[in-house]
Design a protein around this ligand. Structure first.
Ligand code: NAP
Ligand code: MN
Length: 265
């Protein structure tokens, strides 16, 4: 952490959190860090809160690949948060020793109608916004793989695999595998519509295309991490594993598998 010294603190400004953040600020100053007024001036972005806040911090600062993101939770344990306002000793240890390691988390890049593009850290979700099913053609590179009919489809990053994807029965993917996973939301399967049924993990080389069939129910809700996109007339989404990764800090004793065990087992 020695060549990075300017920190932006991202948090919801409540009185309770302000007090805890102040203690972290003081600790930072003690170790020679300066506090930046805007994220653009900083090369470390520290998010205080849960995984949801970490996702917001990364989205709002536009996936800075020249910055280091640090998640500091406020009590409960998370996947993107390696530190806690309840355990300042651990944070202090990180500031002064080589007990920390920089991790790079793969992200996804989504292009809508060949035009607007977005990054996702957890996932892209495309869901019907009415009670009726949504129909989408799924292509892997140039190949038409299947026509999906159901509630929707989700494409998750490796770190997103423990979130929404897991609730849908998708697999958990090691964040060291740059990949994306396509997972179904309640697919309808009959003699007319047939889908894989299992979730599909694709390599970094692939392009996944979801083409929304214009059949009357063609305004799905498009979710990028914890934000809904305000795009109404989208027809086609192209998804790839991005070349951009999110750099974050973790203690060497806190492997992905430690987190899995602590959260789920
Ligand atoms: P939320 O509804 O408060 O989040 C749902 C839960 O997912 C929270 O406990 C959150 O942790 C946790 N979470 C977020 N990212 C995770 C990850 N990578 N691995 C494991 N757990 C994770 O909304 P939010 O906090 O803004 O988080 C947004 C995420 O919620 C979305 O990206 C999506 O993955 C997930 N989500 C899940 C479902 C579902 O499972 N049915 C439905 C909608 C959205 P914190 O409490 O620490 O924030
Ligand atoms: Mn949350």
């Amino acid at each position: 952490m020695n060549d990075r010294k300017s920190v932006y603190l991202f948090y919801k400004k409540t009185d309770e959190l302000e007090e805890k953040v102040q203690r972290v600020r003081e600790l930072g100053r003690k170790y020679g860090f300066t506090m930046a007024d805007s994220p653009e001036e900083a090369n470390i972005i520290a998010a205080f809160g849960g995984d949801g806040t970490f996702l917001q911090a990364v989205q709002k600062t536009r996936f800075r690949d020249d910055a280091l993101y640090i998640g500091i939770n406020d009590g409960s344990f998370g996947f993107y948060t390696d530190f806690s306002t309840e355990d300042l000793e651990r944070l202090e240890l990180a500031m002064q020793t080589n007990m920390v390691e920089v991790l790079r988390y793969p992200t996804l890049e989504v292009t809508i109608d060949g035009d607007k593009s977005f990054h996702c850290l957890n996932e892209l979700s495309v869901r019907s916004n009415i009670i009726k099913t949504l129909v989408m053609d799924v292509y892997v590179d140039a190949l038409h793989l299947e026509t999906f009919r159901g509630d929707g489809l989700l494409v998750s990053s490796p770190t997103g695999s423990t979130a929404y994807n897991k609730s849908l029965g998708g697999s958990i993917v090691d964040p060291k595998l740059p990949s994306m996973q396509l997972t179904e939301m309640a697919s309808l399967n009959n003699n007319q519509y047939r889908t894989l049924g299992s979730s599909l993990v694709l390599s970094k080389e692939r392009e996944l295309r979801l083409s929304i069939v214009q059949d009357g129910n063609d305004h799905p809700i498009i979710g990028i991490d914890n934000e809904a996109m305000g795009i109404r007339h989208s027809r086609e989404l192209s998804i790839r594993v991005s070349d951009k990764s999110v750099k974050t800090l973790r203690m060497k004793d806190n492997l992905f598998y430690n987190k899995l065990k602590r959260s789920f087992l």
